[in-house]
Design a protein around this ligand. Structure first.
Ligand code: COA
Length: 384
């Protein structure tokens, strides 16, 4: 297997991009990545997308996107693994370059969710749960994560305030991110007084409904310095699955796919959680960030909430989590999220994150999760 590096990144602003179509935002992100890398061609591309069909009535992205990007006849593949579709696109691009099949590959993700009302978006998102046993009974993703939150509070004494602190910290970081959908700070009181969505989760515990796209260019590590002074090597890739429905799990406070994907990525990279300088984790709801910290080994089981309260996950803390603002503040255009996490880690490792820069960042991790933990992909990146 050849070593693989990221040589360029690009993303759109996240938010309600009502004046742009799905293919326009993908092309915008892709052109930024191509421009950033300086490549003159791409050999192949992967597009992460949860459901162009349900959100904007558009499928066949594997033809639409290369057409509007002007790169036909290169091969293009649309991949779907719910909210982890973006990371899956990168994993496939990694494998294609590592195997020697192609040299320069674009991995991107896109979702256009705000063209439909919230109830339709919620129906579309619920297609990523177990439709028969969960969605048909009326439970939505906020409801599923509310169950996880209640159980975590019951088992480990995690407090309502600790959940709020995740949102407060992520909005504080997102306020420094020009791409963020909600770039403003909030207080614990605002979180606690925001509209109840699914008890105990409130509006400000939830990631929003978002339009956005992100893209990266990968190539063999040995070619990377021809294009950039600061290539970022992909040193770990971990991918795992778990039951799609919560009722199939013995313990809903541990997302086993995260534990397994993390283990695989750490093993491949030959490092431990303590070696990670920063992480972008999948905080679709505040409780999800706490579970991810525990499942990835950044906090002991049951102590994720305490770690947030002690400030360990702040930009200047022991393990900075979601310096981009996370899904909570930056936004969550589901198919694009996994790539946007990688864009942030690459920006941090290149030392270009401005006001939200993590000092001396050398190794970063991304954790992209599908549904309520049915699929998870972890990537570990290092400065070359
Ligand atoms: N965080 C912060 N503010 C938010 C927000 C969020 N998650 N969602 C909406 N807002 C703001 C809006 O900007 C709007 O502000 P304004 O009145 O100043 O314009 C206000 O809150 C109401 O917005 P609205 O769009 O009417 O909210 P909604 O009730 O339709 O949707 C949620 C709110 C929480 C139900 C929706 O964002 C949601 O379903 N989120 C979860 C998405 C999800 O499940 N993703 C997959 C994860 S696995």
């Amino acid at each position: 297997m050849r070593d693989v590096a990221i040589i360029g990144t690009g993303m759109t602003k996240f938010g309600e991009l009502w004046d742009k179509s799905l293919h326009e935002i993908f092309v915008e992100a892709a052109l930024k990545a191509i421009d950033d890398s300086g490549v003159e061609r791409i050999d192949s591309m992967y597009i992460g997308n949860l459901s162009g069909g349900l959100f904007v009535g558009q499928e066949h992205l594997a033809s639409l996107i290369p057409d509007y990007l002007g790169v036909c006849p290169i091969p293009a593949t649309r991949v779907e693994s719910a909210c982890s579709s973006g990371a899956l696109a990168l994993k496939q691009a990694f494998l294609e370059v590592a195997s020697g099949f192609s040299d320069i590959v674009l991995a991107g993700g896109v979702e256009k969710m705000t063209d439909v009302p919230t109830d339709v978006a919620t129906y579309g998102l619920a297609a990523a749960a177990d439709r028969e046993y969960e969605a048909f009974q009326g439970i939505t993703f906020p409801g599923l994560y509310a169950l996880i939150a209640r159980r975590h509070m019951y088992e480990y004494g995690t407090t309502r305030e600790q959940l709020a602190m995740v949102a407060v910290k992520n909005h504080k970081n997102g306020a420094k991110n020009p791409h963020a959908q909600f770039p403003f700070e909030i207080t614990i009181e605002q979180v606690l007084n925001s509209t109840l969505v699914a008890d105990p989760l409130r509006l400000l515990d939830c990631s929003p409904i978002t339009d956005g796209a992100a893209a990266v260019i990968v190539c063999p590590a040995e070619m990377a310095k021809e294009y950039t002074d600061k290539p970022i090597k992909i040193i770990g890739v971990g991918h795992a699955t778990d039951t799609i429905a919560l009722h199939g799990r013995n313990d809903i406070t541990t997302l086993k796919a995260t534990v397994e994907a993390g283990k695989r990525a750490y093993t491949m990279a030959g490092i431990k959680p303590e070696d990670i300088d920063l992480a972008e984790v999948h905080d679709c709801f505040t409780i999800a960030e706490i579970c991810a910290m525990e499942d990835l080994g950044f906090a002991k089981k049951g102590e994720g909430g305490k770690a947030v309260e002690e400030g360990l996950t702040e930009i200047d803390g022991k393990i900075p989590i979601n310096p981009s603002g996370g899904l909570k503040s930056k936004g969550h255009p589901v198919g694009a999220t996994g790539i946007a996490q990688v864009v942030e880690v690459v920006t941090q490792l290149r030392g270009k994150a401005g006001e939200r820069q993590v000092k001396d960042a050398k190794i970063g991790l991304t954790h992209n999760l599908g549904g309520s933990g049915g699929s998870v992909i972890v990537h570990i990146l290092e400065v070359m």
